[in-house]
Design a binder for this molecule. Structure first.
Ligand code: FCB
Length: 455
């Protein structure tokens, strides 16, 4: 094995989100979120799991910081729960909620770990959902008010801000497919939610830039390849639509200030009600961000299918691919392709990998270890591919593994483990997995080990 170095100053981190790890759902005046509500409805989440306790991070954050420090982690991406700051989404600030994040940030800085904050990682205050959620044109204003509170208290200390996490999932999985909170099934509604999320994003970027705050602001998008199942014309077209649905619908307004016309035409001709496409909104959406956060897990293959209005495609992967326990294929080449696409097609000048990871049914051995060679292999493949992309000019400046911990994995509850640290949810014991030790080595050496011919 040979160590292949990364650029100096490359940032090595891990990522989590509030609802998935904090627990303490009813403490210190935290308000109800759409995920609390969604989890309480039978059939939504496996085993009716919820984030009430999760990794109990709200109480254990000091130990969690120490663990990250011991692992050599340099940066920590986490999200703030809007409902801890404004229990009802707006109105009066809840000081106790704010104090938690101030202490967390101070603790991280003291430990030499850079805090990276996501403002919105899907846990909308339920009170805002009750007035229409993200489909309500007032939401962007409330989002800005919430962001301002955090900028005021943590600005200067926190130098990297992410407005939204995966607006595609929040809008479409939450409001069209119903697989996530708030659990709606309405395509037009999902489009409208995605639109106002972007208006909110733009307003926050605008404020951040004009306030002269030190640091960078960006957005985390889940962008992944959508490949045609066959070379048949209709599958090639289906893949283009799938790419428009997942990738271009979010990249184009951000970069070009307009939505992809082929998708607009497709949606309109299917009777979907379009958002207002107001010029000032489009201007805000396309304000230049300092970086794009790429959440990359895997590519999927796409087949034409009339069964799925209004999109006309289904996901179907070729047989015999290596997959994780969610059925996601391992497609590291797609990671490189997406990075180069962001650079070459969209001219993106700075990228952080804000999520990349995989889920396996890990178990604790008799020796008390967790031997997740499969996850280590996934990480090695992706980190090496990222390195190749950097060599080919992709401006990647940091990598955040998803996730530090096994945690509440949305509608899969606690059954899907993504951590490099195992969590026993009964005892809350944390065990660094084999992949976690391997990652510590990568960080320490600022390099990934390459397989060589002499081995
Ligand atoms: C992403 C989410 C993150 C986590 C991973 C596995 O879509 O941003 O919260 O659930 O998937």
């Amino acid at each position: 094995m040979e160590w292949k170095k990364f650029p100096k100053d490359f940032i090595w981190g891990v990522a989590t989100s509030a609802y998935q790890i904090e627990g303490a759902y009813n403490e210190d005046d935290r308000g109800e979120t759409i995920w609390d509500r969604y989890c309480s409805i039978p059939g939504n989440v496996l085993h009716m799991d919820n984030g009430n306790i999760a990794c109990d991070h709200y109480h254990r954050y000091k130990d969690d910081i120490q663990l990250m420090k011991n692992m050599g982690i340099k940066a920590y991406r986490f999200s703030v729960a809007w409902s801890r700051i404004f229990p009802k989404g707006k109105g009066k600030v809840n000081q106790k909620g704010l104090d938690f994040y101030v202490e967390l940030v101070d603790g991280l800085l003291k430990a030499g770990i850079e805090p990276v904050i996501t403002l919105y990682h899907w846990d909308l205050p339920q009170a805002l959902q009750d007035i229409g959620g993200w489909s309500n044109p007032d939401l962007p204003v409330y989002f800005l008010e919430y962001a301002k509170v955090l900028f005021e208290i943590l600005g200067g200390k926190v130098k990297k801000w992410i407005t939204l996490n995966e607006p595609y999932c929040a809008a479409f999985l939450g409001n069209y497919e119903g697989r996530q909170a708030p659990g709606n099934h309405d395509f037009s509604l999902a489009l409208r939610c995605a639109y106002y999320m972007y208006v909110g994003h733009g307003m926050v970027v605008d404020y951040f830039k004009s306030s002269g705050l030190e640091g960078e602001i960006g957005i985390a998008l889940n962008l992944m390849g959508r490949l045609p199942y066959s070379s048949k014309k209709k599958d090639v077209y289906a893949a283009k639509i799938a790419d428009g649905y997942l990738n271009r619908w979010f990249l184009d307004p951000l970069v070009y200030g307009k939505y992809p016309q082929d998708m607009v035409t497709l949606y309109e001709s299917n009777g979907v009600i379009m958002p207002e496409f107001d010029e000032e909104h489009l201007r805000l959406m396309s304000l230049e961000v300092d970086f794009i956060g790429l959440n990359y897990y895997n590519d999927f293959w796409v087949k034409s299918s009339k069964s799925r209005w209004p999109l006309g495609f289904v996901i179907e992967n070729p047989p015999n691919l290596p997959v994780n326990d969610r059925g996601w294929p391992v497609t590291e080449q797609g990671f490189k392709d997406m990075l180069l696409r962001l650079k070459n097609e969209y001219n993106i000048r700075k990228i952080y990998i804000t999520e990349n990871g995989t889920s396996f049914p890990d178990v604790v051995t008799k020796k008390g270890t967790v031997e997740d060679g499969n996850r280590k292999d996934y990480m090695q493949r992706h980190i090496s591919m990222m390195q190749e992309a950097i060599e080919d000019g992709a401006p990647v400046k940091g990598y955040f593994y998803w996730s530090l911990y096994d945690n509440f994995e949305w509608s899969f509850g606690y059954t899907s483990r993504f951590g490099i640290v195992f969590v026993d949810f009964e005892s809350q014991k944390r065990i660094i997995k084999q992949s976690g030790h391997w990652y510590s080595d990568v960080i320490k050496n600022n390099a990934v080990k390459e397989e060589t011919e002499h081995e």
